[in-house]
Design a protein around this ligand. Structure first.
Ligand SMILES: *Cc1c(COP(=O)(O)O)cnc(C)c1O
Length: 390
């Protein structure tokens, strides 16, 4: 390892130079790789020889991305995917058998929820949800068929912090595979493997790219579990394009500086909005008013880039706020250089009943702000102007 520091690791981990002595790694846009002779081809297909054969199986740009992410997360092995959802689906599908049970936090990404509720029952895979604010109830939900324990932290959009060390210990005790979607924190802020996670999944589409350009996904963790996931993906084909892998590996070179700045902007915005008369509540893990502030400080380096605010006046005010915003974008992504505002109750979580929304901490007037890298005064100005108009 070149260094233990994430900045250096993310910049200096790279593929060996070719005969052209390039400084920046080239893109290997090729679907397959050639063999010198029949014997090399035979040995490669038989996996006696470790080398690239076909880009659905492996590609140098994907391998570089995996190596960096493994070093950043403290993982033994990893494998890349076309999107975050294909990483989540393939990881679960590879590790679960018919009859197995998944124990998951209730506040998870909407499409992951659909995977559990709509598709897994087709393969006789069941799930139970627990409330991240009542972890003591979890043990009673564990059955002999429970195989995976799954969480995101901070949660979306409520920014609840889940005690990873506690869950890590629980997973050991009950021999569960503990999987964490670390998309909101990134390895720069939080390394779940350190707290006992067996696998960490990312939607690379979010802060890892950080510029709203490409989609991607990655799973890293325990070598033998990742090998099972890799073999499933190799056959079923959710491969990451080498172009996207190259882009993402470049993005990681600036992960530390970007995430630092995202967090500083988010904290300043949160502090400023806490005083605003039209806001009932501001939630940000690194504000002392956050109910899990101490836990956030224990397991995260900084608070992340998501700030949620509760505007007075419910659903109508939430929608009016979006209509009044000038600079910030109304879009589905998060973790971009551009600040993004969204109103979960009327969009991403619009299909849930008011009771279901309540259970995952989504009130009618809740606005999620994915704080970007514009000048903080411009972000504050845009949000405050919009608040004036609701
Ligand atoms: C966006 C997201 C995903 C899905 O990732 P895609 O790249 O959009 O497929 C999964 N988990 C979390 C927490 C996300 O925010």
């Amino acid at each position: 390892m070149i260094s233990k520091n994430p900045e250096t690791v993310a910049i200096r981990t790279q593929l060996a130079r070719t005969q052209y002595q390039e400084h920046s790694v080239p893109m290997y846009l090729t679907s397959s790789f050639v063999f010198d002779d029949a014997e090399e081809m035979r040995a490669s297909f038989a996996e006696e020889k470790q080398r690239n054969v076909y880009s659905r199986y492996s590609n140098p740009n994907c391998a570089e991305l995996v190596e960096k992410m493994c070093l950043l997360e403290g993982a033994e092995a990893g494998t890349t995917f076309a999107t975050g959802m294909s990483a989540i689906f393939s990881t679960f599908a590879a590790l679960l058998d018919s009859g197995d049970h998944v124990l998951s936090a209730r506040s998870i990404f909407g499409n992951t929820h659909s995977l559990f509720t709509k598709y897994f029952p087709k393969w006789n895979i069941s799930h139970s949800y627990f409330d991240v604010n009542a972890l003591e109830d979890i043990e009673s939900l564990i059955r002999s068929e429970t195989k995976i324990l799954y969480v995101e932290s901070p949660t979306n959009p409520a920014t609840d912090i889940v005690d990873l060390a506690w869950l890590g210990a629980l997973s050991r005790k009950h021999h569960l595979i503990f999987i964490v979607d670390n998309c909101f924190a990134t390895p720069y802020l939080q390394q779940p493997i350190q707290w006992g996670a067996d696998i960490v999944i990312h939607s690379a589409t979010k802060l890892l790219d950080g510029q709203g350009r490409v989609m991607g996904g990655i799973s890293v963790g325990n070598e033998s579990l990742i090998d099972t996931v890799y073999r499933f993906a190799k056959i079923t084909g959710p491969a990451l394009s080498p172009f996207n892998a190259w882009t993402l590996s470049k993005s990681l070179e600036t992960l530390a500086v970007r995430v630092e700045k995202h967090c500083d902007n988010a904290l300043q915005l949160a502090q400023q909005l806490e005083k605003h008369p039209k806001i009932q509540q501001v939630r940000y893990p690194f504000l002392p008013s956050h109910p899990q502030h101490e836990l956030a400080k224990k397991q995260m380096k900084k608070g992340g880039n998501i700030v949620t605010i509760e505007v007075s006046g419910g659903l109508e005010s939430g929608r009016a706020f979006l209509n009044a915003i000038q600079m910030c974008s109304l879009t589905a992504n998060l973790g971009d250089t551009r600040t993004i505002v969204s109103h979960p109750a009327s969009t991403t979580h619009g299909k849930l009943s008011p009771k279901e929304r309540q259970e995952v901490g989504i009130t009618d007037g809740l606005i999620r702000i994915s704080v970007g890298l514009e000048h903080i005064q411009d972000i504050i100005h845009d949000v405050e102007k919009a608040l004036e108009r609701i």
